[in-house]
Design a protein around this ligand. Structure first.
Ligand SMILES: O=C(O)C(=O)Cc1ccccc1
Length: 300
């Protein structure tokens, strides 16, 4: 079974279906109302995997996902997928001038200008997901929902507008997570995700980043979240190019771990969008072989 951030009709459900098609992951999908609940179902063995949103090209990280990845037993990312997001505005049949418009905060943030221009008297209300907003509209709690286009197939609502988005080409990245086990094989276009808790002292973060730069590892994303322990104490979520099976990536992770004993490996997995070719490993392998031969007394 594959848990996803639901209820039925979320963008995450679309991503979960894309994973099932591409990776042969279970196609019996089970919706959970929150990201932590979807991840908990995989942690406790109720489902084999979970699909959750992680970041959006307009609004940035999904905080609920970042927190849920570090709180509780480890899970690892085994795949990612990127979906283009365009919204539909759904209303109960007969409603043409909604006074309230509900959705996931990331969706509201992406249609703010559209609402101001087209529904200036509507008040925006946050719900747990875009599909939860559609359900709430059906139940009469709000007048309109900003939803995924597929939501109208699940909920008997009218479509007030389609293809709504302040920013064209907005994209959301979703993760497929499992309990720790065998890692996906390196493909040459992989991403590695780790979370480090940096100590509060001069240069701590710069030392971590230097470990990556020295090994010519490209940092693709860094986000911070408070540890919720002491004020001013942060966790850094780091995405980098490469797979932990590659010597220099493995080396870099060992260095991060030396600096920060509180380091959690979140996975090495194929990138959804093949970008720039990663730096080659050849010279790192050749240098390691040279050291090995020196140690054997065979080289100088
Ligand atoms: O609420 C949803 O449908 C989600 O899957 C989260 C989300 C919200 C807004 C844009 C992309 C994903």
């Amino acid at each position: 079974m594959l848990a996803y951030f639901g209820p039925r009709g979320t963008f995450t459900e679309q991503a979960a279906r894309a994973f099932s098609a591409a990776y042969g992951t279970p196609d019996d999908l089970v919706p959970f109302d929150t990201v932590p609940a979807a991840l908990a179902a995989t942690r406790n063995g109720e489902t084999d995997a979970s699909c959750v949103p992680v970041e959006n090209s307009v609004e940035g990280a999904v905080p609920a996902t970042m927190d849920a990845l570090t709180e509780g037993a480890p899970l690892v990312v085994v795949a990612e997928t990127v979906l283009a997001v365009r919204f539909s505005v759904l209303v109960r049949p007969g409603v043409s001038d909604p006074k309230t418009i509900a959705s996931h905060p990331h969706a509201l943030a992406q249609v703010r200008h559209w609402i101001e221009a087209n529904l200036p008297s509507a008040t925006a209300v946050a719900t747990t997901s875009t599909a939860a907003a559609a359900r709430a509209v059906l139940a009469g709690e709000f007048d309109a929902a900003v939803s995924a286009p597929v939501a109208v197939q699940h909920y008997p609502l009218d479509v007030l507008a389609t293809d709504v988005a302040d920013v064209r080409d907005a994209k959301t990245r979703f993760l497929l997570l499992r309990r720790p086990g065998r890692l996906p094989a390196p493909t040459g276009h992989d991403r590695t995700s780790v979370v480090v808790t940096a100590t509060d002292r001069v240069g701590a973060l710069s030392e971590l980043l230097t470990e990556l730069a020295l090994r010519r590892i490209n940092l693709t994303r860094i986000e911070s979240r408070p540890t919720k322990g002491r004020l001013g104490e942060y966790r850094f979520y780091v995405d980098l190019d490469g797979h932990v099976a590659e010597p220099r990536v493995g080396d870099a992770l060992a260095a991060l771990r030396r600096h920060c004993p509180d380091t959690r490996f979140l996975g090495s997995y194929p990138k959804a969008e093949a970008g720039r070719a990663p730096a080659g490993d050849e010279e790192f392998v050749a240098a390691a072989e040279w050291v090995a031969s020196v140690r054997e007394g065979l080289g100088a």
